[in-house]
Structure formats: C-alpha cells, structure tokens
Design a protein. Structure first.
Length: 167
C-alpha cells in the first residue's frame, strides 16, 4: 500500500506564509485516515526526516515571484532549480529545493514527489490569509483530494489535526 503524505510548510503567524500549513490542516479534517498530514517550518533536513519512509509525498508552501497573489503553481522534483529561483514567503527560502537536492544525492527522494507553491501577498506578523491566498489554499485542497480520490469528511469535525514536525 502506498504511504501518502502531505507536508504543509510555513509560518501561520505570518499571514500568507501560513498557506501550506492551512492546506495540511484542512486536509487533516477532510481526508482523515486517507492522507497523513504534517506541518513543518521548511528546513531541509526536517523535510527529509518528515518524508522518510513515504513513497508518495506532496509539499505545499507559499512563494513569491511566480504570478498573481493566490495563484497555484505545481512542480515535480525535476523542477528544483525553478523552485529554488522563487522567492519564498518566509525564512525557509531554500529549504524545499535544498531538501530535494540532498535527498536526490543520498538516494532518499520519495518515489513520487509533488510540490504546490501558492503565491503569497502579505506576510506580516499577526495577519491571517488574504482572500486570494485562501482561495489558492482551497484550490490545492481540492486538487489533492481529487488526485488522492479522498472522500470529503465533515469539515467541522475536530477529529482531524495535522501533526507538527519540529526541527
């Protein structure tokens, strides 16, 4: 059986930078038991530790410089150079690209790796997601659910929670 894992990256205390983690939180509720969800700051070795043993991994992070606020961009592991050129919305800037490069060199890259980057706007402390990024978050949630053939659960159920990975 395929171990499917979604890792939401970012800082939810910094506005749109929390987009990846919000995707993980929504999927933890809507696809409880069908997709394992984790939240991570985005540091390269933490990402590699988080996906260890998983054969099917989806990473979601906020970015800047790829399009209008809230737009969704999809990358594969072979797009690591393009991904590295994006300005990320927080301090983990090179974490995703570095994790991919290091995992490839060590032979520990997941069999299937998909990266969604959601274009951020405001990343100030204490502000929530902008409406555009919130729509981008829901777009990614819908895409992952469709790709995973996940049946939506009760979106208001308190049962599902994304676990947090600490560096």
């Amino acid at each position: 059986m395929t171990h499917r894992l979604l890792i939401g990256i970012g800082n939810p205390e910094r506005g749109d930078d929390g987009a990846g983690r919000e995707v993980a939180r929504r999927l933890a509720v809507q696809c409880e038991g069908e997709i394992e969800t984790l939240e991570c700051s985005g540091e390269a070795t933490s990402l590699m530790d988080a996906w260890a043993g998983a054969s099917d991994v989806v990473l979601v992070d906020a970015c800047r410089g790829a399009g209008p606020r809230g737009s969704v961009h999809r990358f594969g592991p072979d797009d690591a150079l393009r991904l590295a050129r994006l300005r990320h919305a927080s301090t983990h800037s090179m974490g995703v690209a570095a994790a991919i490069g290091l995992a490839r060199a060590l032979g520990s890259l997941p069999e299937r790796l998909l990266i969604y980057a959601i274009e951020a706007g405001a990343t100030g402390e204490g502000c929530g997601l902008s409406p555009e990024v919130d729509r981008g978050v829901q777009d990614v949630v819908d895409r992952v659910m469709q790709d995973s053939r996940c049946q939506p659960g009760d979106a208001h159920s308190p049962k599902g929670r994304a676990s947090e990975v600490t560096p």
